[in-house]
Design a protein around this ligand. Structure first.
Ligand code: ZN
Length: 341
């Protein structure tokens, strides 16, 4: 099974990244491997969207600032080099469509379904959304429209509930999505054979190869919660303000110490975020013990990252703190977050 997943991820990397000519395609149609690779990626997108949304919704009370979050993950046909394959495998009929809907989210309550085509946001047609905004220039061209659409949706939600015109099975409908505040952050799967996870201040990215290492949603939540904690604690801004070198030279001296401090904070906060979202925080212990034993000689032993045994000790310490306190409305106010005091 695991080997099969790895094969699909390698295939997905091809389907997403490679020029058309490099893809194996029969004359008669699409290969089942290519279809399954895209469906597999959509499944991972659904998991990261579901778990991410649950973490940001459950911890909303403790986040400052908050932003309106829908639990909706959209995709654009332009993201896929083989558009005919993407239309066939994922059922994208128009341009921008629903890729995933998180359970118990405003998107789900609005009645949005995977495959729905988004036609307009508060009456503004998707094709009229400008793509020449300088803020979009840093995005690769194939991601500009989805970035602009997400941005448009965020702006509309900041003003209140949003009306979406959608197309489903050839029929046009209007749905209202509630504007509901949650912690800021978006979530995505990046297609890569390297096991990695990152946070850039706004987006949490989990690589497809990393996702393959999780045994269950709680372990997946442990890694998402660690990266989410970096975003919520604005670590990137803080390191930049301290002029910390995050590159190669960041492994030495003062920079290493400051990066390590942010790692410790993210680890400490992660288990509180998990517990509040109903994920067993012990999954962080289980995951990092297994991962650490296998990868202990690699990145985890660099000077910016402390050894996995130390990380596991931190998780155990934080879990003991939660066990010793009475939750308030079923939640444990996390240390470090502004909204907790
Ligand atoms: Zn980290």
């Amino acid at each position: 099974m695991r080997q099969m997943i790895r094969t699909y991820i390698a295939l997905a990397a091809l389907v997403i990244a490679a020029p058309l000519s490099a893809q194996e395609q029969s004359d008669a149609g699409f290969s089942s491997d290519a279809i399954l690779a895209l469906k597999g990626l959509q499944l991972l997108d659904d998991r990261v969207n579901t778990i991410g949304y649950r973490l940001i919704a459950a911890n909303a009370a403790f986040c400052e600032p908050k932003i309106a979050q829908t639990g909706l993950m959209l995709h654009d046909i332009d993201q896929y080099p083989d558009q005919a394959l993407a239309r066939f495998a994922l059922g994208i009929d128009g341009r921008v469509a629903v890729n995933a809907v998180a359970p118990d989210s405003p998107a789900e309550r609005a009645g949005l379904l995977v495959r729905d085509t988004i036609l307009a946001i508060n009456g503004q047609k998707i094709e009229d959304i400008a793509l020449d905004d300088p803020a979009l220039a840093k995005q690769p061209p194939e991601y500009r429209r989805i970035a602009a659409v997400n941005d448009q949706l965020d702006k509309a939600l900041a003003r209140g509930d949003v009306t979406l015109d959608i197309l489903r099975g050839g029929e046009q409908r209007q749905l209202t999505v509630e504007s509901r505040p949650a912690c800021p952050s978006r979530f995505q799967i990046s297609v890569s054979e390297d096991r990695s996870a990152s946070a850039n201040g706004e987006i949490v990215s989990i690589s497809s190869a990393m996702a393959e290492y999780f045994l269950d949603d709680a372990e997946f939540a442990a890694v998402i919660a660690h990266e989410l904690a970096h975003n919520l604690l604005q670590h990137r801004d803080r390191l930049d303000a301290q002029d910390v070198n995050r590159g190669f030279f960041g492994q030495f001296g003062k920079s290493a110490g400051r990066i390590k401090d942010t790692e410790i904070e993210a680890d400490r906060l992660s288990v509180w975020l998990m517990a509040n979202a109903g994920y067993d925080p012990d999954a962080a212990v289980r995951f990092w013990t297994r991962y650490g034993k296998e990868h202990g000689k690699g990145i985890l032993s660099a000077s910016t990252h402390y050894r996995w045994k130390k990380r596991v000790e931190l998780f155990v310490e934080e879990i003991a703190k939660m066990a010793a306190m009475e939750p308030v409305d079923g939640k444990y106010p996390p240390p470090l977050l502004a909204g907790s005091d």
